[in-house]
Design a protein around this ligand. Structure first.
Ligand SMILES: [Zn+2]
Length: 243
């Protein structure tokens, strides 16, 4: 069941198939983050002990092995789902973590960042959502600083859908590989989806090195989304943040 829910979510098909059983949620007010766990029995995990995002701090030295990235194929569709801007990716991109292949399904953005690093918030964060054959998830998070234009965003950003519910085929494949920072050093912790149903058991791999986006690119994202889309940081509790 868990695998089916997660697979539906990451394929983006969830929102039709699961609309009947999924309560409306948002980033503020009566359906905001502090209410998610009580909005629906399906969202109970939002009150769990291993939730994302977190403030990454108090690092544990772990000599983490390199994540093996095999990204060749670009994103082919961009979607405004009202909660984020998402780029869907066809089969053919994967990472190798813990000896397991996780296929990249989609990536999407949050502004400001959801995770913090030693208390620092960033103007935007990308989440590259991967799933293995059993539906287990691994998310690669990339922080953005406000600096020069990010060419890997440029194509998709030229087709940002302004209206929730609108998707568009991308004119040219979005550059997934180009989103990654040059240094692939990362922090790792165990967490959850940062949106309902907040399912836990997600491998979080947060790139230590941020990448850049221009003032205009950051403004374009917040313009089409109309509201901040960051869940507040959650308690770390018993978890370790490895580096
Ligand atoms: Zn996300």
């Amino acid at each position: 069941m868990k695998g089916r829910v997660l697979a539906g979510l990451i394929l983006g098909a969830c929102c039709t198939a699961w609309a009947g059983s999924s309560a409306h949620w948002s980033y503020a007010g009566d359906t905001g983050p502090d209410k998610w766990a009580s909005l629906s029995p399906d969202y109970g995990a939002c009150g769990g002990d291993n939730q994302s995002p977190i403030n990454l701090t108090g690092f544990t030295e772990a000599d983490l092995p390199a994540v093996e990235f095999s990204f060749q194929v670009g994103g082919n569709e961009i979607l405004n789902n009202g909660h984020t801007i998402q780029v869907n990716v066809p089969h053919g991109n994967s990472i190798l973590v813990d000896g397991i292949h996780f296929n990249l399904k989609q990536y999407h953005f949050h502004a400001p960042s959801e995770n913090r690093i030693d208390g620092k918030s960033y103007p935007m964060e990308a989440h590259l959502v991967h799933a293995d054959k059993d539906g287990n998830l691994a998310v690669v998070a990339i922080m953005f600083t406000e600096a020069e234009q990010n060419m890997a965003l440029a194509g998709a950003w030229s087709q940002l859908p302004e209206t929730a519910g609108v998707s568009r085929a991308l004119a040219s494949p979005a550059d997934v590989e180009g989103l990654l920072p040059e240094s692939r050093d990362y922090y790792r912790f165990s967490g959850s989806l940062t949106t309902p149903p907040c399912s836990e058991g997600v491998r979080w791999l947060v790139m230590k090195t941020p990448v850049s986006a221009s003032t205009e690119q950051l403004a374009a994202f917040t313009h089409v989304l109309h509201h901040p889309n960051n869940r507040p940081v959650q308690p770390i509790k018993a978890r370790l943040v490895l580096q």
